[in-house]
Design a protein around this ligand. Structure first.
Ligand code: SF4
Ligand code: SF4
Length: 179
């Protein structure tokens, strides 16, 4: 069995404290909800993917005191419709975003999100401009588009802690594949 070093344990304890304080903040934000369901009936994603149900996500935080683990919040398009319509002014989009942040810090980000983050790190953008598009722009007399610099994105990833979260998720993915 792998025995954790003291510094690793300290860093794990710190991570647990961060997760706990994030969950406490979430509970406070969700508290005014009285489960009317207007957020869910306003959600355009819910109409096509009913597994995303903001009312249920909030309910899980209020009644169980924990973030939902099914991963449905990753479907949120952050359109803010639910925020606009909630009669209690609950910041639902913020709650769903924080649920995703907590899950990602636990290494539970979906594979396609990890893949997108890796492309962003490697190319500096999600969809690199193809040489075909460049050629077409030249033919049409349009100016060249500025090229994304991966170094800028990598700096941002490191400064915001996103790099560490990505590494946690890549390690979790590898562990899962090895099982
Ligand atoms: S609209 Fe607001 S009060 Fe109604 S269920 Fe959604 S979060 Fe709760
Ligand atoms: S922000 Fe997310 S949960 Fe809210 S309405 Fe838009 S897609 Fe639905």
């Amino acid at each position: 069995m792998l025995v954790k070093g003291r510094s690793q344990k300290r860093s794990d304890d710190m991570a647990d404290d961060i997760q706990k304080s994030k969950l406490d903040a979430l509970k406070k934000t969700a508290r005014p909800c009285f489960q009317c369901g207007i957020c869910t009936s306003s959600c355009p994603v819910f109409r096509v993917a009913p597994e995303l149900n903001p009312r249920v996500s909030v309910d899980s935080i209020i009644t169980k005191g924990e973030v939902p683990r099914e991963g449905n919040e990753w479907l949120c398009a952050y359109c803010l419709m639910c925020d606009q319509r909630c009669p209690m002014g609950v910041s639902l989009a913020e709650i769903l975003m924080e649920i995703k942040n907590i899950s990602a810090r636990e290494g539970k980000a979906p594979p396609d999100v990890i893949e997108s983050a890796e492309s962003l790190m490697a190319d500096g953008c999600l969809s690199p401009i193809s040489s075909r598009s460049d050629k077409k722009r030249t033919e049409l007399g349009l100016p060249d588009l500025p090229k994304a610099d991966p170094a800028d994105v990598q700096k941002l990833f490191k400064a915001t802690g996103a790099f560490e979260v990505l590494e946690i998720n890549k390690a979790a993915q590898q562990e899962e594949a090895a099982e």
